[in-house]
Design a protein around this ligand. Structure first.
Ligand code: URA
Length: 253
């Protein structure tokens, strides 16, 4: 999902202006889920595939499942290392991206720059995330969203952000290996502060801002890598790589 994008399928143009790769198999069996609803993962302390705590979002997922029976159309689980040093926090699944594939930032424009940069910095095994079964792995990094369900019009309501924050809180508490939290956009930044019980007024959001938290972890902010931000060059690939490289440095990578 993007903070200022529309719900229709995006026209794919990469930040470097070249056409994006087509769905391609990068591992044996990579097309296994084409036309089939991707399977749900297990329930954990910080993820419930059957969560219906937000009635509006639960209803929207049910409708989405009827319209697109092959879409994941459930809360989207975090993806990446089990003991990450870096936790990347996005906003919410995109309708035809994470909500379709079941992996954050996968299958729509928002993930293009993210996975390309993760790969350049050695945090991802491939530069493109195509589907949940494409074999891509993250090293030392994990991606989650402040809101786990796709929201109508790409806009979660304040109550939904608050409700879903319990999962982010549980993930931050459970994964003790996390040294740096990389927030993509203001909603993710605020969500992290709320999850950690910190005052928002003490930590102002800004691209490249670094906030040392009470527990010694560092929160690093970036503009969201949405289609809107990258196509208007509010966020350039160079800006994004710089802030993510600094995140790696702070994480001791
Ligand atoms: N896809 C996600 O999973 N999260 C976002 O914030 C945007 C797109």
């Amino acid at each position: 999902m993007t903070e200022r994008s529309k719900t229709e399928r995006p026209k794919f143009v990469t930040p470097k202006g070249r056409p994006p790769a087509r769905r391609k198999a990068v591992a044996p069996g990579a097309d296994m889920f084409v036309g089939v609803r991707p399977p749900a993962g297990p329930k954990t302390a910080y993820y419930d595939p059957a969560c219906t705590l937000c009635p509006r979002l639960a209803e929207f997922l049910t409708e989405t499942h009827h319209v697109h029976p092959d879409y994941f159309a459930r809360p989207v689980p975090s993806f990446g290392a089990a003991t990450p040093k870096i936790l990347i926090v996005g906003l919410a699944p995109g309708m035809h991206g994470a909500n379709r594939t079941g992996r954050p930032f996968t299958g729509d424009y928002a993930g293009v720059l993210l996975y390309e940069t993760l790969h350049e910095l050695g945090l991802a095994t491939a530069p493109e995330s195509v589907s949940a079964d494409d074999g891509l792995q993250l090293r030392n990094a994990r991606i989650t969203n402040a809101v786990k369900c796709v929201p109508p019009e790409n806009k979660p309501l304040p109550d939904e952000i608050r409700q879903c924050n319990a999962y982010l809180k549980a993930e931050l508490q459970t994964l003790k290996s996390i040294r740096v939290i990389f927030a993509l956009g203001r909603i993710a930044h605020d969500g992290v502060l709320v999850a950690l019980g910190l005052k928002r007024s003490k930590f102002a959001f800004g691209h490249g801002a670094e906030h040392t938290l009470d527990d010694g972890r560092v929160l690093v902010d970036s503009y969201h890598c949405s289609r809107y931000n990258t196509s208007t060059r509010v966020l350039t690939p160079e800006m994004f790589k710089k802030v993510m490289a600094r995140t790696c440095e702070l994480a001791g990578l």
